[in-house]
Design a protein. Structure first.
Length: 432
């Protein structure tokens, strides 16, 4: 039996931590392009992953006009455009602004908000958090102090079902029968606040974090020095009460696993239908993107999937069939379910392998655990909770089983596709 060992720091990172810490926050945005081996890269923040058909159409045109013709979904429900010309920034920004995707140029990189993608659709959860989403984004874009947040800092809006609460956000709002809960970092300590004050409470807590960070260089709550982290909850309570927001201490365990919506029709719809769709490796060419966005409003998920809403019931079966024929995941049993990978070669200079091709070659029967393929030790965009970690190394692919902050002792498989496929399948287990 492989012994458990503490996960190394790079395993315990949250999504988005791939941005290099040097003299400043280098995370890319829509207006700050990042140079990659396959051209410039733009990351467009989409709070809650919500896109109107008009906005989705604008992103498709941007990918076609400026990029490699694909839209790359991220682990925060955002979109990346790759293969951009380095001088396209002004034209790209104008196109996005016209579509309402850049409500504030000063805040575009801090609009990092994930939300329960099925909230208000399936009748589950303690509350519909859509008012929080629009409210928090409006408050963020109106706050001068919020511009000091890093491109990594993450808000999560969970309707009470515990899906995005497991993503390790810096600040999490949770729907609760008595109002709302505010979680600061990864601790089980939460604050109870009124439902209508939840977005304002989250922004106030973010401002308290900035005050606690001071000159420490902390970009996220988990980066705070121990004494600052310990003092932060009390400082948040003080600021909330000063702002006239009632706050009381409470406790709620953070779930270990962040479970994505099951692919297929979303139960509970009446006049309109919704469909949860998985996207292999998070890559959508223009034909697939247009097929998705022509059906209704989109909600991009932190699991690199899409929930299509507002579908006419008569159109839903035909749409599902068309998406399935296009290679997307629209039901159980797909071998691609739970398979993820970073961009790998040739797009990333740090990658030691074309891990997307490796993942495709190793796809087999659906596994019990998700698997994530990384081209280097940074593990950009890796999942949370329990998963199989496959990392390219100079000596082959290292495979380990990650659960929370612990990882099994790793085994390395040399570059033998058949052996690698068998080892990954065995590590993932059989879905029951």
């Amino acid at each position: 039996m492989l012994a458990a060992m503490p996960a190394s720091p790079h395993i315990s990172r949250s999504p988005g931590d791939a941005c290099a810490r040097s003299s400043g926050d280098a995370c890319p945005g829509a207006l700050r392009l990042h140079r990659a081996d396959d051209g410039a890269l733009a990351r467009i923040r989409i709070p809650g992953g919500v896109l109107t058909p008009l906005q989705a159409g604008a992103l498709g045109r941007a990918a076609e006009r400026f990029g490699d013709g694909e839209l790359h979904l991220t682990s925060r429900g955002n979109v990346q455009l790759r293969g951009l010309a380095p001088d396209c920034g002004a034209e790209l920004g104008g196109l996005l602004d016209e579509a309402g995707l850049l409500p504030s140029a000063r805040h575009e990189r801090v609009r990092n908000v994930v939300a329960s993608p099925l909230s208000g659709l399936d009748g589950l959860g303690a509350a519909d958090i859509r008012p929080w989403l629009t409210g928090l984004d409006r408050l963020l874009c109106g706050s001068d102090s919020a511009t000091a947040l890093s491109g990594r800092f993450l808000f999560a809006l969970d309707d009470g079902r515990g899906d995005v609460d497991a993503l390790g956000a810096d600040l999490t709002l949770l729907g609760h029968e008595d109002g709302a809960l505010l979680r600061i970092g990864d601790t089980d300590a939460v604050l109870r606040v009124p439902f209508s004050d939840a977005p304002r409470a989250a922004l106030t807590a973010a401002e308290a974090f900035l005050g606690s960070a001071g000159d420490s260089g902390a970009w996220r709550v988990k980066d705070l020095p121990d004494d600052s982290a310990a003092a932060l909850p009390a400082e948040v309570v003080r600021r909330l009460r000063a702002a006239g927001i009632a706050a009381a201490p409470g406790r709620r365990s953070r779930p270990l696993e962040a479970r994505p919506p099951a692919p297929g029709p979303v139960p509970g719809g009446r006049r309109e239908a919704a469909l949860s769709v998985g996207v292999p490796l998070g890559r959508l060419d223009l034909a697939r993107w247009r097929l998705l966005s022509s059906a209704g409003e989109l909600r991009l998920t932190p699991w690199r999937g899409v929930v299509v809403t507002g579908i006419g019931p008569a159109h839903a079966p035909r749409l599902r069939s068309g998406l399935s024929e296009a290679g997307l995941i629209t039901g159980p049993g797909s071998p691609w379910a739970g398979v993820g990978a970073c961009i790998g070669q040739p797009g990333c200079a740090k990658s030691l392998a074309d891990v997307r091709a490796d993942a495709g070659a190793a796809v087999g029967p659906a596994g019990r655990l998700p698997v994530y393929w990384s081209g280097c030790e940074r593990r950009c965009g890796h999942p949370h909770g329990e998963w199989i970690d496959v990392v390219a190394t100079p000596g082959g692919h290292r495979i380990s089983h990650v659960r929370g902050e612990l990882a099994t002792e790793a085994a390395t498989v040399r570059d033998d596709p058949a052996a690698l496929s068998a080892a990954v399948a065995a590590a993932r287990g059989t879905r029951t």
